[in-house]
Design a protein around this ligand. Sequence first.
Ligand code: FES
Ligand code: FE2
Length: 382
Amino acid sequence: MHHADQMAYIERMHGMARANARDDGQVSHTSVEEYFDTDRFEREKAVLFRKYPVVVAFSAQLRKPGDFVANNDSGQPILITRGTDGKLRAFLNVCRHRSATVELKSCGSNKRAFVCPYHGWSYDLTGKLLGITDGAWFGEVDRATHGLRSLAVAERCGMVFVVPTALEPGQSADIDMDAFLGPVKADLASWDMQDWEVQSTTPIRPRMNWKLVIDTFLELYHFRYLHGASVAPLFLDNITAYERRERHSRFAVCKPSILEVENQPRETWRLRDHAVVLYNLFPNTVLAYTQDHCGVFTSYPVSPDEALINVSILVDPVERAKKPESYWKTNQDLILAALDEDFTVGASIQANFRSGANRVQTFGKFEKALGWYHQEIADALR
Ligand code: FES
Ligand SMILES: [Fe+2]
């Protein structure tokens, strides 16, 4: 994040903390039906998880030629490879003979060819059909049109984004990430995460709609009550500054040390010393930058009432080496403990949606990022 933006956040939150004020905004609402209606759910999958770039891997998993990752989280079977030419490619992990899953492992390295476990058709790292077992019995197969179906893919800031819809021949496999990220592009680039390592990834299956999972990250209002025994003591009570950035948002949540910045020279101020900086990347990813790591939280739809969230912790290898493994384990445990608290109450919310108690969810002025998020989703589905 630009230095000027960091200063502005610090000053804004310092003022709020001193005056015990909250970030202002509009009260907003969203229908409870959007969290369980099956038609709405199918539309979300068809649009948000087929036409938008979603995070399916990290650069750290795909550094070398022959590295691959297979990922089904979006509902599409996706295979990502690093070719001998250094290029990243993505495909549907589906054999062109009779549709078996080609690569069964979730990741690996030194791969030269993918061999289908059903009848042995094989494909290279570029998706090209290499071999057909007993090929003479298939007549003339045009290998150029029987490679693995390509998907659009892009690598940004240590994350691998894929649009999970098969490209037609001649369609570009590039994603215009500059346009997609818009005003958060420069921010993400400035965090310089390209060379970071994946410290851990934990998949969780909460009994919650996938959007309700994202909701839990977008305000600090609940910390005092829900996270009193876990992460609440690390932060000032609900001192958070939000900014809408086109379809995304960014915000900073304030640590007690912000009250001391007035005694320090301005040129030494650094936002991450006094706050966690978060981005809600449309449609399903939250990034949380702390002093020494980035939490990457991706939420995928499983059913209207069930989500899959991957909790990944990315760390700069230089920072990682400075601290013992036990430090990183404690950090991971604290995050997972807080999420367990979130998802326990979240499951009760999901179960209660059908009770008829509420027709809408109400978002207070300092919960405005939830209102923005649900508005952006509604607009994308129009
Ligand atoms: S389905 Fe893959 S070789 Fe037959
Ligand atoms: Fe929480």
